[in-house]
Write a protein that binds this ligand. Sequence first.
Ligand SMILES: Nc1ncnc2c1ncn2[C@@H]1O[C@H](COP(=O)(O)OP(=O)(O)OP(=O)(O)O)[C@@H](O)[C@H]1O
Ligand SMILES: Nc1ncnc2c1ncn2[C@@H]1O[C@H](COP(=O)(O)OP(=O)(O)OP(=O)(O)O)[C@@H](O)[C@H]1O
Ligand SMILES: [Mg+2]
Ligand SMILES: [Mg+2]
Lengths: 253, 253
Amino acid sequence: MRTINIANQKGGVGKTTTVINLAWGLALWEKRVLVVDFDPQGNTTTGLGISKRGLYNNVYTVLSGRVPIREAIMSVTNNEYLSCLPANEDLSAFPLEAAGEKDRLFILDGALKAVRAEYDFIIIDSPPSLNLITLNAMTASSDILIPVQSEFYALEGLSQLLRTKERIEEAIAKKINILGFLITMYDSRTTMARQVEEELKKHFAGKVLRTIIPRNVRIAEAPGFGESVLTYDPSSRGAFAYKELVKELLERI
Amino acid sequence: MRTINIANQKGGVGKTTTVINLAWGLALWEKRVLVVDFDPQGNTTTGLGISKRGLYNNVYTVLSGRVPIREAIMSVTNNEYLSCLPANEDLSAFPLEAAGEKDRLFILDGALKAVRAEYDFIIIDSPPSLNLITLNAMTASSDILIPVQSEFYALEGLSQLLRTKERIEEAIAKKINILGFLITMYDSRTTMARQVEEELKKHFAGKVLRTIIPRNVRIAEAPGFGESVLTYDPSSRGAFAYKELVKELLERI
Ligand SMILES: Nc1ncnc2c1ncn2[C@@H]1O[C@H](COP(=O)(O)OP(=O)(O)OP(=O)(O)O)[C@@H](O)[C@H]1O
Ligand SMILES: Nc1ncnc2c1ncn2[C@@H]1O[C@H](COP(=O)(O)OP(=O)(O)OP(=O)(O)O)[C@@H](O)[C@H]1O
Ligand SMILES: [Mg+2]
Ligand SMILES: [Mg+2]
């Protein structure tokens, strides 16, 4: 049973895309997967084909104690191995409301305890920030996977992200394993992408995943149909790359 | 004198890119421009060629009263019309520290009062969130420009962003003008881009800017050299589009 947090405070690097495609990939390998959408934007929820309209049972009402977690978890259509604890914008109230609680770092971790045994993997999406939402996601996780867009600004925030992880580890007296850095939106025709790859490997040798996700429009089109690229266009370069990622992670875990 | 906040809580939609290229464009038209980097990631600071290492004078030390604003404003190389109030990750402490202050919405607005008269435009970059940093950026602004990436998740957060703006307007008893929605990273070969454009025009007719920014690798390469695409590759499609944007905004203002 592993809980993987997909995190990076830089926006638009492929966090949600990686959550959805990794979760679908593991489910196609018949692993029981729970996806937790822990971003008030609720993009993972929509990308899995779940409507956010009138969604009273969600991760925020679960954490505020109003709804039992089992009543909020929804199965994702066409895949019996894949479930989702959805989110909507109500979640943006969480950082302020939880700030005064003594165990404010452990709120998500505590809520997940009741169901952890029923899954092989729990995958948590985070928002593009380092607030109490992201800190809860890290605390609830055994591993962290960090998508890095292969463009100029990509490397800037990584040291702050890793320092935040270290501060969490001290606060909760537990180690969070860096599963790896995943290079995303890679366009091999540009020197910029190759430069980011070289820099990343120089700073984090051994932790940069072998699999590289190419920029591929089929990846961006898939969520419009509530699907993963693996089912939307199984023969695309994007699907091939995410299948490779699943294989690589199953080797490492 | 107009203060324009470039905002959208969705990550990676081209906020920083628009701040830098719009500011450079206005400066090339000999407008006096101050860029305020109000994002702890500090991407605008780096993209303007300013090093964040050891940068004690920055927007955070100004707002906490330790440094007078004039001592933190830096001129951008090669352009006498363009200055920047830089940021680094210290700024991420601001939301928590300011939360208890009575006038917590007006902190940035108050700090800018001393220098407003010296500029024709102030352009404020915001982080991908709706926290006290973004609320301060809105409060300090006369106008808001909203970049919208032409991809599936782009439309999801817009209603929350506009509701947040309305709540701010009530709290500060002042109207913030929507300068427009700017379509970014547009790839005319994909139906996805055309669909987003149609949806946007259906919901916000009249407020969608005529200028559309195409996906263009020269735009992504320019910050690596501390330059705007306007000076890095003036003949590129990206430079042409941002020049058109400057013209269109000068017509509207
Ligand atoms: N490899 C890829 N090729 C092409 N497009 C991609 C790829 N990965 C992600 N995208 C697209 O890029 C955009 C940003 O990706 P995504 O929303 O997954 O990033 P994110 O890190 O979750 O963003 P946020 O910081 O807002 O949560 C989306 O429109 C997505 O469809
Ligand atoms: N029109 C474009 N064509 C190609 N690449 C672009 C374009 N606009 C922005 N980019 C690139 O896309 C990435 C995201 O853009 P940018 O950092 O400006 O977005 P942002 O909204 O400021 O992100 P954040 O939410 O993290 O603050 C950057 O690598 C940038 O260089
Ligand atoms: Mg996301
Ligand atoms: Mg930015």
